[in-house]
Design a protein around this ligand. Structure first.
Ligand SMILES: Cc1cc2nc3c(=O)[nH]c(=O)nc-3n(C[C@H](O)[C@H](O)[C@H](O)COP(=O)(O)O)c2cc1C
Length: 313
């Protein structure tokens, strides 16, 4: 099968992506930071770092540490806040022909609702990805995403405001069964699911006894989490997303074209690339270049035909 005949296009809810490769939230800044390395218009979508209602400085350093087969981070949602994002960051993406998905975080449901309401009305926002892995200050710091009932209420509340853009809910892997929050988000009206966010972790210097991160704990990402993410995508696809026709953006350790194929087979319609951007900022462009060859080798002409296809005989 000639590589030029491969159709890479996929549809994530109402968002038409020219290929299944997106940036992952927080790993390519507001989007434009990756523009010196390749043309962002080549991507399926750009996902921004989490935007909150007010500016946040985030946690004190050190807030990133390399560990074996991955990375731990405790950035603490550092960002310029909604107002400056709309004035400076979002307009900078308008010159690229790529759907922009804005990731949103907050510490109360009202904060999420307000940010989503404003973004839904903004030009150039194709999708809103709700990051539910943030501590809910109304509930003593418990994450929204780890309790299905709280997640359902939050998703319903933002769904009422998000009437134009696609609504994606990004799930936390720090749960017993990822199918439960997935079902809650879909029942409450999510157009698509992104999974996974980072796995909670910790590193301690064995000789000094000091935690490696100033925040003590952080989120694990990179190659180490890929099998967990693939399993969770498969679980959600089988239990919720597949039967309901809800697309999944799969992420966690995606670095090579075969990783994209693996996530598609697990049930993802598209993938997002996080930690691998820190290894090579051209990773996303390399994936777009490498996918046709992988598809030709498989003899599958359309990327979307691979979604969910595993061989269990
Ligand atoms: C430095 C860093 C910052 C991140 N910031 C965010 C963020 O602001 N919002 C969010 O939803 N996820 C954030 N994430 C999580 C990633 O988007 C992604 O879900 C996770 O890292 C797994 O993918 P990966 O293994 O490809 O990095 C961050 C991850 C890293 C490593």
């Amino acid at each position: 099968m000639p590589e030029q005949d491969i159709d890479l296009a996929v549809q994530v809810g109402p968002i038409a992506m020219k290929n299944p490769v997106a940036t992952a939230s927080g790993c390519g800044g507001y989007g434009e930071e990756l523009a010196p390395f390749f043309d962002l218009s080549r991507l399926g979508a750009v996902v921004t770092k989490s935007i909150t209602l007010r500016p946040r400085e985030g946690h004190s350093p050190p807030r990133l540490v390399e560990v074996r087969a991955g990375m731990l981070n405790a950035i603490g949602l550092a960002n310029v806040g909604l107002e400056r994002f709309l004035a400076e960051k979002l307009p900078a993406l308008a010159r690229f022909d790529v759907p922009v998905i804005v990731n949103v975080a907050g510490s109360t449901p009202d904060e999420y609702v307000e940010v989503c309401r404003v973004l839904d009305a903004a030009d150039g926002v194709a999708g809103i990805e709700v990051n539910v892995s943030c501590p809910n200050v109304d509930r003593g710091g418990m994450e929204f995403g780890t309790e299905a009932a709280a997640l359902a209420r939050l998703t319903e509340a933002v769904r009422r405001e998000v009437t134009r853009a696609a609504l994606l809910v990004k799930l936390s892997p720090n749960v017993t069964d990822i199918a439960e929050p997935a079902r809650a988000a879909v029942d409450a009206g999510a157009d698509a699911l992104s999974l996974v966010n980072t796995l909670r972790g910790m590193a301690i210097d064995p000789w000094t006894g000091r935690p490696a991160l100033a925040n003590r704990t952080g989120g694990l990402s990179g190659p180490a989490v890929k099998p967990v993410a693939v399993y969770m995508v498969r679980r959600v696809w089988e239990q919720v997303a597949g039967p309901r026709g809800v697309p999944i953006i799969g992420l966690g350790g995606v670095q090579f074209a075969e990783d994209v194929v693996e996530f598609l087979r697990a049930g993802a319609t598209a993938v997002a690339v996080g930690t691998a951007n820190f290894v090579d900022p051209e990773t996303c462009a390399n994936l777009v270049d490498g996918l046709p060859e992988a598809m030709a080798r498989l003899g599958v002409a359309r990327v979307r035909d691979l979604v969910g296809r595993i061989d269990t005989d």
